[in-house]
Write a protein that binds this ligand. Structure first.
Ligand SMILES: Nc1ncnc2c1ncn2[C@@H]1O[C@H](COP(=O)(O)OP(=O)(O)OP(=O)(O)O)[C@@H](O)[C@H]1O
Ligand SMILES: [Mg+2]
Length: 214
């Protein structure tokens, strides 16, 4: 049985694909067998992996073949992977609700901006209904492209303080240009020399793994 982490946010460009892919690379580096179901219409992760595989690199994160996937439920019964990431498009669809039903965690990257905060609050009811249907599912919010001493970041933490199953993660990812460009030089952020970016992603991966295995 694989842990299924669905990375979602109805807001576009918040880092869903970036975070899903680098976390997948992190767990693979730690020895896990990791699959990705790329449901993002932009196919960002598929492009990343294919570009490197075409150059003969054996990328240790494997794309799950959507065309031969009998159902989302079959992901949950999968024996091949320890962890599966599902990258999703920036829209709330009924398809997404079906994916939530088989997820162990919905990971929501969010940028520290008021409009992103408002957008998240508008989708919170959908998430709460999903958590009512799937009582094993956790929701974790990760502040991405964080900036130092932002009041918006503090208000995220305040807003979810009393929620048991919606957690704003302690790990944050700073706004770092490396995330936008490393893919040209390597398939993985963890092959770069950017110690700070790697440490942040690793801390995020460790915190998520801790929550999943509690
Ligand atoms: N922590 C970060 N620091 C700097 N740039 C980042 C960071 N995270 C993501 N980015 C950049 O922000 C842009 C959007 O990221 P990404 O494509 O991962 O977002 P997305 O939520 O998947 O977008 P979409 O909703 O369109 O699928 C990309 O150029 C990515 O490289
Ligand atoms: Mg994306």
């Amino acid at each position: 049985m694989a842990f299924i982490i669905t990375v979602a946010n109805a807001k576009g460009g918040v880092g869903k694909s970036t975070v899903a892919y680098s976390l997948a690379c992190y767990y693979a580096k730690r020895g896990a067998s990791v699959g990705i179901l790329d449901e993002d219409i932009q196919q960002t992760i598929t492009d990343n992996i294919n570009a490197w595989e075409d150059q003969g690199v054996d990328v240790p994160v494997k794309l799950i073949d959507k065309d031969n996937l009998p159902s989302y439920q079959s992901l949950a019964d999968n024996e091949e992977f320890d962890m599966i990431f599902v990258d999703t498009p920036p829209v709330l669809t009924t398809q997404l609700e079906t994916i939530y039903d088989i997820s162990d965690m919905v990971l929501i990257p969010i940028k520290p901006s008021t409009s992103d905060y408002n957008s998240l609050m508008r989708s919170i009811d959908t998430l709460k209904s999903a958590m009512n249907r799937n009582t094993d599912m956790l929701t974790a919010i990760v502040i991405n492209m964080a900036v130092k001493s932002s009041k918006v970041q503090d208000s995220f933490r305040e807003a979810f303080k009393t929620e048991d199953r919606i957690k704003v993660l302690d790990a944050e990812l700073a706004n770092r240009v490396i995330h936008t460009k490393y893919i040209l030089d390597s398939y993985s952020l963890f092959d770069t020399a950017d110690k700070a970016a790697k440490e942040e992603m690793a801390a995020l991966g460790d915190e998520i793994y801790y929550l999943l295995t509690l």
